[in-house]
Design a protein around this ligand. Structure first.
Ligand code: PLP
Length: 401
């Protein structure tokens, strides 16, 4: 920033993440007589492979991660006024389905350095109306599924895992998505693997699993046929999405293994740097580092978070401020309770008294104000990460109190 040499010479580019394998599957698809998902060869192949990544009896591929979460919420039986506890630092897609089912998202606070739900705070926010918890594995760092499942079982809640950022990651050796009752994945373009858009809802639970297909397919039961027993929208995907996603699944292990190695290396190299708080991942867990997220402690530095990030950028590190600009409840649509044409019938009819202007998650707010994200992807090298770590240490050294 002051004109010296940059610590990082060049940031490796990720480039195109698809090629011959995807082309071959798309080619095979064009020889099919149908492009419909149900019993489609591409979708069938996808489901078979998906089960190797996330063992589940029931798998419903769909149009997006948001769709998968809506399907999961509907299958859980969330209805008018039911409360669903989740993280305030996530993609808005985590709660869209809750609101459409006339449920009430209740935001709980987060671990200071895991940025994931704090189980103790989840338990504090349980009321007689609570029906489910959506655990978001932020950045691919697994939530404390042991504690969350314990709480869910104790209070008879459905545990939904939002694995959109957590493809191929593991909690104490177990694939994420298998500890909860229903798990949801996204294949949107920014995720570890993609078909442009797409999603998956999966379950091993006999109560919810069979409902996933129906809630993604206009309420129609393609196994049994018959009349409509459920009301739902159309979240079907197509064989073209399945063709690309199936080929992408073969790349997953390599992608996650590389990100894990690079992310853990970065932690190792910036640990014990005064003023810097690394991304906290449990030593027995496998994190997919959708991105790397660390915090600065402004009390231990002569600079603000924004100045630290600016200096890091000047050193050549691909980085940015926080993640989402404000916690979900801080967005105008929540502050005004204006979900349906500026209104929220649920509140107007007294089925909830929640007031998002009073929601208080101090740690989540502090995380977004003191967090800096560093891009990590499978096209990066150890050499780059070592230089990025040196840049973090250099900036921290310069601003040390
Ligand atoms: C991306 C994402 C979603 C939504 O997925 P889409 O496919 O974009 O609808 C939900 N939750 C989290 C944590 C995400 O990162």
């Amino acid at each position: 920033m002051h004109g010296g040499l940059k610590t990082v010479k060049a940031v490796p580019k990720l480039g195109r993440r698809w090629g011959n394998a995807e082309r071959e599957r798309l080619e095979a698809m064009t020889a099919q007589d149908t492009l419909f998902y149900w019993k489609g060869p591409q979708t069938t192949a996808f489901v078979e492979r998906f089960k190797k990544v996330c063992p589940a009896t029931y798998v419903m591929p769909c149009s997006s991660g948001t769709a998968a979460l809506h399907i999961a919420v509907a299958a859980s039986g969330i209805g008018p006024g039911d409360e669903v506890i989740t993280s305030p630092i996530t993609d808005i897609g985590t709660v869209i389905g809750v609101i459409y089912q006339q449920g009430v998202p209740v935001f709980a606070d987060l671990g200071a350095n895991t940025y994931n739900l704090d189980p103790a705070d989840v338990e504090r926010r349980i009321t007689t109306k609570t029906k489910a918890v959506i655990a978001v594995h932020l950045c691919g760092n697994p939530c404390d599924l042991l504690e969350l499942r314990k709480i869910a079982d104790k209070h008879k809640l459905v545990l939904i895992e939002d694995c959109a950022q957590a493809w191929g990651t593991k909690f104490r050796g177990q694939p994420v998505g298998t500890a909860g009752h229903i798990s949801c994945f996204s294949l949107q373009n920014s995720k570890h693997i993609t078909s442009g858009d797409g999603g998956v809802a999966a379950s091993n639970d006999e109560r919810f699993g069979p409902l996933l297909q129906r809630f993604g397919d206009k309420g129609f039961d393609r196994v049994k046929g018959g009349l409509f027993e459920q009301f739902a929208t159309n979240y079907r995907w197509t064989e073209s999405q399945a063709a690309v996603a199936t080929a992408q699944l073969d790349r997953l292990e390599g992608i996650v293994a590389t990100r894990l190695r690079l992310g853990d290396l970065l932690t190792q190299k910036i640990a014990n740097t005064p003023g810097v708080l690394p991304h906290q991942v449990h030593p027995e867990d496998r994190c997919g580092y959708w991105f790397y997220f660390f915090r600065v402690n402004p009390a231990a530095l002569r600079c603000t978070r924004d100045e630290f990030a600016k200096a890091l950028g000047a050193e050549g590190v691909e980085s940015g401020l926080g993640y989402i600009p404000v916690p979900l409840y801080g967005n105008p649509v929540f502050q005004k309770h204006g979900f349906f044409s500026g209104r929220w019938p649920l509140r107007e009819f007294g089925l909830t008294t929640i007031d998002y202007t009073k929601t208080n998650c101090p740690e989540a707010e502090a995380i977004l104000k003191t967090g800096i994200r560093i891009t990590i992807h499978e096209g990066m090298t150890e050499e780059y990460i070592l230089a990025a770590a040196e840049a973090v240490r250099k900036v921290a050294r310069f601003y040390k109190v």
